[in-house]
Ligand binder design. Structure first.
Ligand code: URA
Length: 273
């Protein structure tokens, strides 16, 4: 950020402050702006352009964030190692403005892995995914079909740091985290992957279809390092259900479809009370 735009941002913050806006997130963004890493949205392959013939020998450059993410993720042989690799990774700009790294919660290597969109305020405060209002709804929804993070489920997200003000993560931020998400799926090899909401579904499945088209269907996630694709199902995000309670009937239909699939796959579930 240039000193001019920094001054303009500060003036805007002061004006918002006087208008009574909660400025905690905005101040954090301004403080962290000079450190934010910019990550390209997507890069097909690791191609290094050839230097011009007359160029001086290049110094060894620091790895690009995406290469660094791929290398760090690939080097993790277990889920605790992957958690440590995510905590040590500095290639996603969100980290500079978040309080915590929110890697995951539940029983590692469970038959069921759920991936959501990204941490919100409570998750950032506690360092755990899905602990706020939408997390409580998610726990109740999954509890109704015998899934819980105490017993048979691991939960993570497609980004590991809270986007300021709960804005959607950018394509670059999603891309920087994706190698770790893919590695989590590869190391967990779940019998069933649940993707909560459109962002998680599109990111993990590399599809552009909306959640309304994807939800409740038997899908699969193919990953380079796995011979067999992973069974995947998309559900409506619980935060969306809190905003649109009339859609709970669709969510209920998806849970029943999910329950049938769990049964067919022989996945052990908790007794319902
Ligand atoms: N919403 C998400 O997608 N993930 C969380 O961890 C919390 C809310």
């Amino acid at each position: 950020m240039s000193s001019d735009s920094h001054a303009a941002a500060r003036a805007l913050l002061a004006w918002w402050g006087e208008a009574g806006v909660d400025l905690e997130d905005a101040r954090a963004v301004v403080r962290a702006a000079p450190q934010l890493a910019s990550v390209p949205a997507s890069r097909p392959a690791r191609t290094t352009p050839a230097p011009p013939a007359h160029a001086a020998p290049a110094k060894r450059a620091a790895p690009e964030p995406l290469d660094a993410a791929r290398d760090a993720a690939a080097a993790a042989a277990t889920i605790p190692e992957l958690r440590a690799a995510v905590e040590a990774f500095n290639g996603c700009g969100l980290k500079a403005v978040a309080r915590s790294t929110v890697f995951g919660d539940g029983i590692e290597n469970s038959d069921v892995l759920l991936i959501g969109e990204g941490p919100g305020r409570e998750e950032d405060e506690q360092g755990k995914p899905f602990v706020g209002r939408s997390g409580q709804l998610l726990d109740r929804m999954l509890g109704a079909i015998g899934l819980s993070r105490r017993a048979n489920l691991f939960i993570s997200n497609v980004v590991f740091w809270r986007p300021p003000g709960n804005r959607p993560a950018t394509q670059g931020e999603l891309a920087a985290c994706l190698p770790f998400v893919d590695r989590l799926i590869t190391l967990s090899q779940p019998k069933l992957l649940i993707l909560a909401g459109g962002v998680a579904a599109q990111t993990v499945l590399r599809r552009s279809d909306g959640v309304t088209k994807l939800r409740g269907r038997r899908l699969s996630a193919g990953l380079e390092e796995l011979t067999n694709p992973i069974n995947a199902i998309v559900i409506l995000h619980p935060a969306y259900l809190l905003r649109q309670p009339q859609q709970k009937r669709l969510a209920w239909a998806d849970l029943l479809a999910l329950e049938t699939w769990l049964e067919e796959l022989g996945i052990a579930r908790e007794q319902r009370l």
